[in-house]
Design a protein around this ligand. Structure first.
Ligand code: FES
Ligand code: MG
Length: 572
């Protein structure tokens, strides 16, 4: 009997192998089951309700062509998909569910390897978490960003410009009718958001982690070269099975080091921190939030993309793409990290070239000298909080100001624009109850809108602090992922309006300036606790009962680690 995994189902001539084969015949020839052919699942997150991934069925056909060409059997496996803009209360609540469901289906089925098709924010993280915990040979095809739409002759960054335009409406500088008109220009084509948001970041980092065919991440979704890459990935998948090259051999500590360097140079999304921590947690790779600050802090920001900068993903691809960026920081990369083709990641960088120095800056001429994500600690964040200096107002990164506290998103919306709200440009907006357990699911609400009266005065940024996340397409001086969250007993629950808050980026501190004795004696807000999630059944209950805090990746505690690809028992 063949030693392929699928042969455990199809090999032999007993009743069980008969059943496994017979139900799969449906057009497959008998030699599909001869043990010579690799059975490759295409874990496909295409869904009409995940518009960013809706084109993946076409991509899957090209992958399947490649698998067949290499002598394998291609099997389309629709998996749980998450449309970032559509699912409530937040797609992050379902990331771990998707990862768990995908993991179990990869393990339970007669497959030897898997091609992972994702795009929209949570889909690539969920696929990589699942693949890491099954550890079957796996490779990613990132679905790619959409083309750039324009409105009034100006490029629109999706996500980012929704925030900007809606603030303009609130400030009275854009009419509601014009705002509506921009809606049909926002999404120009198939593909995911075209800013350096979470989808773009995780697609690119999937390649930096070594999990794609080198040179394909960032290929725009409508570009023919994406289908060419998908075909080549299908061919590679069969080879991966023959080589028995598994995610655990590719995604090593060295790969995560490189991902952190790339995240900084690209100016990628803060969400990548929780996703990379979660993937590492599945692999048993030692990675902490502090590694992001330690490894990423000295890395220069080279890519001038929205939300912090000017250009969009299509421009990055045109300018030379990911490899051109990585080549600029090659000396900071760990050369021992390999990719799915078995070669070092850095060996692909020799031919990289930059075609537009406005989009990809030279190492000696960066947009910022130090671009990484900073991790803050203090009496407001004993387990850490993040801030992305590249998306912040530099002057606000050393700041002392009185807190204006909101107990929930609903409380924020109800009171933010109240003319009586005791708020000035120096105030620090605090929003709690938005962590993994509290909301639940840690939504992207940390980049709170600014009070209308301050917008009218021309204020465009303020210090904001929250235990939630921030959209990768958002910007501002936002301290987020505060851990522990208020609903898990974190000190954010004790802050009161008027307390002085001190943000000190230089010393990586986030503190409330209340006398120690008074602070120790203070009770968490009972009002805030009323808004915390208290589910009694279903996924939400499982999630709230078992989710870890943001500083370790917000995975469910029992999903850490790997169970491998073995299934113990027969089904009949
Ligand atoms: Fe799907 Fe932005 S909504 S990537
Ligand atoms: Mg997002």
């Amino acid at each position: 009997m063949s030693d392929r995994r699928s042969a455990q189902w199809y090999g032999g001539d007993d009743r069980n192998s008969y059943i496994h084969r017979a139900w799969m015949r449906r057009g497959l020839p008998a030699d599909a089951f001869d043990g010579e052919r690799a059975h490759i699942a295409i874990a496909n997150t295409a869904s009409d309700l995940t518009p960013c991934n809706a084109h993946l069925n076409e991509v899957a056909r090209s992958v399947a062509d490649g698998i067949h060409r290499a002598g394998g059997i291609a099997l389309n496996l629709p998996v749980v998909s998450l449309g970032e803009t559509q699912v409530k209360p937040t797609a992050m609540l379902w990331r771990n569910m998707a990862a768990m469901a995908i993991e179990e289906m990869l393990r339970a089925n007669p497959i030897d390897g898997v091609v992972l098709l994702g795009g929209c924010d949570k889909t690539i993280p969920a696929l990589l978490m699942a693949a890491a915990s099954v550890d079957l040979p796996a490779v990613v095809v990132p679905g790619g960003p959409m083309l750039t739409g324009t409105f009034r002759g100006v490029p629109l960054g999706c996500g980012t410009d929704v925030w900007k335009l809606s603030e303009e409406v609130r400030a009275g500088t854009l009419s509601a009718a014009e705002f509506q008109r921009s809606e049909s220009s926002m999404i120009r084509s198939r593909g995911h958001c075209n800013t350096m948001g979470t989808a773009s970041t995780m697609g690119l980092l999937a390649e930096v982690l070594g999990m794609t065919l080198p040179g394909i991440a960032g290929t725009p979704a409508p570009d023919s070269r994406l289908l060419e890459a998908a075909h080549a990935t299908g061919v590679l998948a069969v080879d991966l099975v023959d080589q028995e090259r598994r995610p655990s051999a590719v995604m090593t500590r060295a790969s995560f080091h490189n991902a952190i360097v790339a995240l900084a140079a690209l100016g990628g999304s803060t969400n990548a921190v929780v996703h990379l921590l979660a993937i590492a947690g599945r692999l048993g790779v030692e990675l902490t939030q502090d590694d992001f600050d330690r490894i990423g802090a000295g890395v220069p920001l080279l890519v001038d993309l929205q939300p912090a900068g000017r250009f969009l993903m299509d421009d990055l691809y045109r300018a030379g793409g990911l490899h051109a960026v990585l080549a600029e920081v090659q000396d900071l990369l760990d050369p021992s990290a390999i990719t799915v083709i078995g070669e070092p990641l850095v060996s692909a960088l020799g031919t990289a070239q930059v075609y537009d120095r406005e989009v990809i800056r030279a190492r000696q001429d960066p947009l910022q000298m130090e671009a990484g994500i900073a991790v803050l600690y203090g009496n407001l964040a004993p387990d850490g909080a993040l801030v992305k200096p590249a998306a912040a107002t530099p002057a606000l990164l050393q700041h002392r100001g009185p807190a204006v506290v909101f107990d929930s998103v609903e409380d924020l919306h109800a009171r933010l624009d109240d003319p009586e709200l005791p708020v000035t440009a120096d105030s620090v907006l605090v929003l709690r109850g938005c962590g993994p357990k509290g909301y639940p699911g840690m939504p992207e609400v940390s980049n709170m809108p600014l009070p209308a009266k301050l917008l009218a005065e021309g204020v465009r940024d303020m210090v904001r602090i929250c235990d939630g996340r921030m959209s990768g397409t958002a910007y501002g001086t936002v301290v987020l992922h505060v851990a522990p969250e208020a609903a898990a007993g974190g000190p954010l629950a004790k802050v009161r309006t008027g307390d002085m808050i001190v943000l000190d980026l230089e010393n990586r501190r986030l503190d409330v300036d209340v006398p120690a004795e008074e602070w120790a004696a203070r009770e968490p807000s009972a009002e805030a606790a009323k808004a915390y999630a208290a589910p009694t059944r279903g996924w939400e209950k499982l999630y709230v009962d078992t989710v870890n805090q943001a500083n370790t990746g917000a995975d469910l505690d029992f999903l850490l680690g790997s169970s491998g690809d073995q299934v113990a028992r027969e089904s009949h």
